[in-house]
Design a protein around this ligand. Structure first.
Ligand SMILES: [Cu+2]
Length: 495
């Protein structure tokens, strides 16, 4: 952890010397030595949780970052300042939304304290806001999780404190009526209460939080979007996202790790409605602190995170690559935004994952499939009708040929020969197949009495494509001839 104020740190060290002594002495020393702001209330707190030494302002981090833990495992007083800010931000490309936030982001900042810590919450409601707000931390043992004590109108700050009694990963959220709307607008975050003995060291820690958004406009509809209460009640979101917006944690914003890194994800689900089936494609969670508790489950593929719940998952990165992090209710991931990415760099290990070794033809029911595969290309596909070839050929012509020969087939005088009523094209025994197969490389040609000399590149077209293009060209702009078949092209190609 970033070192808390040095004075507090000094006291922490000093007081730890007394940790074996009677609690009464510790409290006495704490009160007299600190002589400062913290210690008044602790006399009334049960002895086993009373030994708070030092105080410091909490390090708050915005997702996907996680506050560092501290080495000192003694209980301390941690002061948390959170400001509620109502602001317009991007929900997706071109989609704007008025978010209600803790700390100006969705999710709100991550708070990290230790079991036994005394947490002093200062909740400020920005004077420019329109709504009252509060905070309900699931880590609180007390009415409303602090909601009642923290109800704050714009331009005010409320303060309350709580003892972090139970280790775990907890959601906090606004609980001001209408509660669902405050949560749906983005008012949620995570507070981690690490166990007294600390958490095992890992190489990388990240913070992800899923939430749904209910907009009047359909998914992808651009412009300013309003909250839609009907969709929220029906639990039919337009967006399901990690960390507040579509693409918050993909591409250039992906999580980063190296091969060999041990990764721990702190994952929350703000809801307000949906349960998350949390999964990282291509990783197995060898440890899951299910529902954010202290019980560890091993070797889990997908873990459920309830609305208003959390999970801690861990894995070791064995292979390089881009790993998609999803809600495995999979339409949410690929159609509504519930997609984040982890990019792992470093050397591949073929013993763990080979990558594709080969791609060969597959003929079900034929034990000799691969031997036969060689001959497979000689087999005729069902021949397309004239109308199908003409239609496909039109599309291919527009893409490949029209910029030179012109959409009307008249070409450009002196430069690109016409195809319309072209004696050069229509008089050819091979129907023009050879030209499409091989191109023209500066050979002089004569078309309808005019001379041309230029280059027509050899295009990478299949036999089927060539049959389509020639069927179209040889039956457009006054040209007329029978359908060109794929087997005609194949024959010419073989000659
Ligand atoms: Cu609120």
């Amino acid at each position: 952890m970033k070192t808390p104020p040095t004075l507090a740190r000094f006291f922490s060290t000093l007081f730890s010397l007394f940790s074996g002594s009677s609690m009464g002495l510790t409290i006495l020393v704490a009160a007299s030595l600190s002589g400062c702001r913290q210690s008044d209330a602790i006399g009334s707190i049960p002895n086993d949780t009373a030994a708070v030494i030092g105080e410091y302002p909490a390090e708050l981090t915005h997702a996907p970052f996680v506050p560092a833990g501290r080495d000192n495992l003694q209980a301390e007083k941690v002061i948390v300042h959170l400001e509620v800010v109502e602001k317009v931000m991007n929900l997706a490309d071109g989609v704007k939304y008025t978010y209600w936030t803790f700390g100006g982001t969705v999710p709100g900042p991550m708070i990290r304290v230790q079991e036994g810590d005394l947490v002093e919450m200062h909740l400020s409601n920005n004077p420019n806001n329109k709504m009252p707000h509060n905070i309900d931390l699931h880590a609180v043992s007390g009415p409303g999780g602090g909601a009642e004590a923290s109800l704050t109108v714009p331009g005010h700050t409320s303060v309350f404190s709580f003892r972090a009694m139970n280790p775990g990963l907890y959601v906090y959220h606004c609980a001001t009526a209408p509660v669902g709307m405050h949560i749906a607008n983005g008012m949620y975050g995570l507070i981690l209460v690490t166990p007294k003995e600390g958490l095992p060291k890992v190489d990388k820690e990240f913070y992800l939080m899923q939430g749904e958004f209910y907009t009047k406009g359909k998914n992808g509809e651009t412009g300013m979007q309003e909250f839609d209460m009907d969709k929220a009640i029906k639990e039919q979101p337009e967006y399901v996202v990690f960390n507040g917006s579509v693409g918050s944690t993909t591409g250039g914003h992906s999580l980063q790790a190296r091969v060999g890194d041990r990764v721990r994800l702190y994952v929350g689900n703000g809801g307000p409605n949906l349960i998350c089936s949390f999964h990282v494609i291509g990783q197995i969670f060898d440890k899951v602190y299910q529902e954010g508790g202290t019980q560890v489950h091993q070797n889990i593929q997908t873990t459920l995170i309830p609305s208003g719940g959390a999970a801690i998952v861990e894995f070791t990165c064995r292979e390089p690559g881009t790993f998609n992090i999803v809600d495995h209710s999979i339409f949410r991931a690929f159609n509504q935004g519930a997609l984040a990415q982890l990019v792992v760099t470093g050397p591949a290990d073929k013993n763990i994952y080979s990558g594709k070794i080969k791609d060969e033809l597959y003929k079900p029911g034929d034990p000799d499939a691969s031997a036969d595969a060689e001959n497979e290309t000689g087999k005729e596909m069902p021949e397309l009708s004239f109308a199908e070839r003409f239609k496909n050929g039109n599309a291919l012509f527009q893409m490949n040929c029209a910029s030179c020969h012109q959409p009307n087939g008249l070409g450009v005088p002196g430069t690109f020969p016409p195809l319309a009523k072209s004696d050069f094209l229509m008089g050819r025994q091979d129907k023009g197949i050879g030209i499409l197969l091989h191109g023209i490389n500066n050979e002089p040609i004569s078309v309808n009495g005019k001379n041309f000399q230029g280059v027509m590149p050899r295009l990478t077209l299949s036999d089927d494509d060539i049959a389509n293009i020639l069927t179209f060209v040889r039956n457009s702009w006054g040209n007329k001839s029978p359908v060109v078949k794929e087997k005609d092209v194949k024959k010419t190609r073989e000659q």
